[in-house]
Design a protein around this ligand. Sequence first.
Ligand SMILES: Nc1ncnc2c1ncn2[C@@H]1O[C@H](COP(=O)(O)OP(=O)(O)O)[C@@H](O)[C@H]1O
Ligand SMILES: [Mg+2]
Length: 264
Amino acid sequence: MTNLIDIKGVTHAYATKAGPLPVLDNLNISVPEGEFCAVVGPSGCGKSTLTRLVAGLMKPDEGEVWLHGERVTSPRSTVGMAFQNPVLLEWRTILDNVILPLEIVPNKMNRAQKEERARELLTLVGLDGFEDKRPSELSGGMRQRASLCRAIVHKPEVLIMDEPFGALDAFTREDLWQTMHALRAEEPFTGVLITHDLRESIYLADEVIVLSGRPATTQYRMDTRLGGRTDIDMLYTPEVGKMLYDLRDQIEIAQGRKVVETAE
Ligand SMILES: Nc1ncnc2c1ncn2[C@@H]1O[C@H](COP(=O)(O)OP(=O)(O)O)[C@@H](O)[C@H]1O
Ligand SMILES: [Mg+2]
């Protein structure tokens, strides 16, 4: 299988008043087409920086980012993004918020087709009947559903999510996880999910990558496919319990709270 996303030897430092702040160090991540990769790591290690590099919003000091066989050197319309705070425009209805990328990214759709596409997605995430509401009339979970629709309405090749469910309560979050699986089943896309929630990373991703503390490099990888199960009950199996335990251990190592045991 071809890799849709290839991050090769990426090293980056921010220029600060106190001198260069190394954030990423020789980072390598590959995501095959149609798969989801979750990235977890200590706060401030460089996860959001990584998303900006993949979206072409920034260039790395060293190394390369490739999307679908093309080197990324400028912002891409083939990348959809979703963030913790869904930045919906209050003066637009939910439907018009979802349509927005179709008004920006060049395409041949007329207004009716754009509306149809947006309605189709809103129905898929359970927001039919809310098309004409304003963002402030919706709950946080509903706004996040709408923002997910907006992120994929133009069928981007890649969806990058930076802690998209972080501000939601636990039950709403689980609902949204299931919605993510429903969306992927309907229209497969390749994704990078930044998260603090280890259960979320296992449930949604095919592979979980643990980044080390800053400057971040790939510390650990785990295959979390679990035979394609997508029911929420799978989170309560002993198999997932063991995965959670291992990931937790790796996070503690990344945070410098635990010393790596080496064989003598
Ligand atoms: N534009 C910037 N200029 C200088 N330092 C930055 C900038 N953006 C982020 N940083 C610093 O880089 C480090 C990594 O930031 P970030 O990628 O946001 O981490 P994370 O998303 O993993 O919490 C942090 O120490 C942060 O303060
Ligand atoms: Mg961040």
